[in-house]
Write a new protein. Structure first.
Length: 196
């Protein structure tokens, strides 16, 4: 079984039929390429909630619409992305307790000029960080490093607070891409009261 990628960016595949998998809890799905209907298929229990479409690749927008009783209940859109232009940094938390143990998980992803993720990007990202990972099961590099290669356009950075309060700045750098800056505030730990 090959992994499915949420992408409609396949340079060099123009005109070739690609298999598009649509997973849905709806009764049916309709698939559109650049606003042209490609097909309409059931996606119920008998189909294991999946529909397969053979689509001749052309850049643009691929849109799946989930239908129940003939009414639209869901929509998912994939658009062809341009080449990666910058790194986007998104922290799951922007405030940490300055207790030396609090963590923030920060996604660093390569995006095109329109802010769409470029899953093809594989540059090495650098920064001053506590731990890194990219989800690539074949990458044997240490998690304790100041650099990691992007995998499908992403890398995860783990920030651990120290006991100092103040502003933590995270800047990521990669060859050929503009960097981004994220800030996290490290605040004095909140005291807790215990009842005995």
């Amino acid at each position: 079984m090959y992994p499915s990628l949420p992408s409609w960016t396949w340079s060099g595949q123009e005109g070739k039929a690609l298999t598009v998998e649509v997973y849905s809890g709806a009764e049916r799905v309709q698939l559109y390429l650049n606003d042209k209907l490609i097909g309409d298929k059931p996606t119920g229990l008998a189909q294991e909630f999946k529909a397969l479409f053979d689509v001749p690749y052309e850049p643009g927008t691929l849109r799946a619409i989930g239908l129940r009783n003939g009414h639209k209940i869901a929509e998912s859109v994939l658009a062809t992305t341009g080449e990666a232009a910058r790194l986007r940094i998104v922290a799951d938390r922007t405030v940490l307790q300055a207790d030396g143990q609090d963590l923030s998980f920060v996604a660093v992803e390569a995006v095109d000029a329109n802010g769409r993720p470029d899953l093809r990007a594989d540059q090495e990202v650098q920064g001053e960080i506590a731990a890194v990972g990219n989800g690539d099961g074949h990458d044997a590099d240490s998690y304790h490093s100041d650099r990691r290669k992007l995998f499908e356009g992403c890398v995860l950075v783990v920030i651990r607070s120290s006991r100092a309060t103040g502003r933590i700045e995270l800047r990521a750098r990669a060859s050929g891409l503009n960097s981004d800056l994220a800030t996290i505030d490290s605040k004095a730990p909140q005291s807790s009261t215990q009842l005995h």
